[in-house]
Ligand binder design. Structure first.
Ligand code: NAP
Length: 276
């Protein structure tokens, strides 16, 4: 007997239950996302872009090296991106940001996601001795992203749409003697992102703070213990999924949420004596 107990009146055979009309409907085609990538030749950004290209999204890439940018763009074309636009720009030039961003968004015919990946590790030892070196790190990692995010945040808030996904770092969670100049630039960036999210989430704009632990990319090449750093493919897969899920703060790999929670609560009396 069928579950409903109904039978075919001519044969007295049980009738199969009817399937809902929605089971026969064609799946809705996925609308490609329009994604702006700032610092697109970054190892982490390039790997995310491959995933976006493979699912047919539209990409606009901004980077400062014409050769690297052309190679990345060509690769993303062959991987299936619906559109790949490029502009060569040194993003330290904040005065050029408004025109650059307007051009990128016009080329994409709108904006769903802006992904900020620009950043420099800098030389901590030099930055300790020479303020000009420290200021360069702070400018690229903090001042330039603040300029980009101010423009993008207002653009998205006016339209009540969009996601701003930004690579900060676990290094911003607590200053350490080995990289506190870089760390403080990321601490500033994380705090800025927290405040921006608090302001424009209610306008329908997602602001996502991404805090990677050490990842195997050009930035960490040759560093002590770099063979144990996280694999960039795994990190990029998690980032892309978490952007889709609308996460606010992402530690990647996830274990860094726990590690940094422990590091943050070490009392200063003990912390200042540690060699971290
Ligand atoms: N790798 C890690 O362990 C790690 C951990 C935590 C956070 N992060 C953050 O993740 C982001 C991406 O880093 P990554 O690991 O992918 O390293 P990466 O490959 O060295 O990427 C950094 C990117 O920033 C670009 N950039 C730097 N200054 C710029 C400027 N003035 N204008 C335009 N582009 C500029 C670089 O361009 P060029 O290619 O021309 O140099 C490079 O493409 C950075 O913000 C970094 O701080 C990385």
């Amino acid at each position: 007997m069928s579950k409903t107990g109904a039978v075919d009146p001519s044969t007295q055979e049980p009738l199969l239950p009817l399937r809902a009309a929605s089971e026969f409907a064609a799946p809705t085609p996925r609308v490609p996302k329009r994604i702006l990538v700032l610092g697109a030749t970054s190892g982490i950004a390039e790997t995310c872009c491959r995933l976006w290209a493979e699912r047919g999204d539209s990409l606009f890439l901004v980077a400062r090296s014409p050769e690297k940018l052309a190679a990345v763009a060509a690769d993303l074309h062959t991987r299936g991106a619906a559109f790949v636009g490029t502009t060569v720009a040194n993003l330290d030039d904040t005065a050029a940001h408004p025109e650059l961003l307007a051009h990128a968004i016009n080329s994409l015919a709108g904006l769903d996601i802006a992904f900020l990946a620009l950043g420099v590790l800098g030389d901590q030892a030099q930055a300790e001795r020479n303020f000009a070196r420290a200021a360069e790190i702070l400018h690229t990692n903090f001042v330039a992203p603040v300029s980009l995010l101010t423009w993008l945040g207002n653009y998205c808030a006016q339209r009540h749409a969009g996601t701003l996904a930004v690579l900060s770092s676990v290094a911003g969670d607590r200053g350490r003697k080995s990289n506190y100049v870089y760390g403080s630039s990321k601490a500033g960036l994380s705090a800025f992102l927290g405040g921006l999210r608090n302001r424009i989430d209610r306008e329908g704009v997602r602001v996502m703070t991404i805090k990677p632990g050490p990842v195997k990319t050009a930035m960490t090449e040759g560093m002590q213990g770099s063979e144990k750093f996280a694999d960039v493919d795994k990190v990029a897969t998690t980032i892309v999924k978490s952007i889709d899920a609308g996460q606010d703060v992402l530690y990647v790999p996830g274990i860094w949420r726990v590690i940094m929670a422990v590091i943050r609560i070490i009392p200063e009396q003990i912390f200042k004596k540690l060699n971290l």
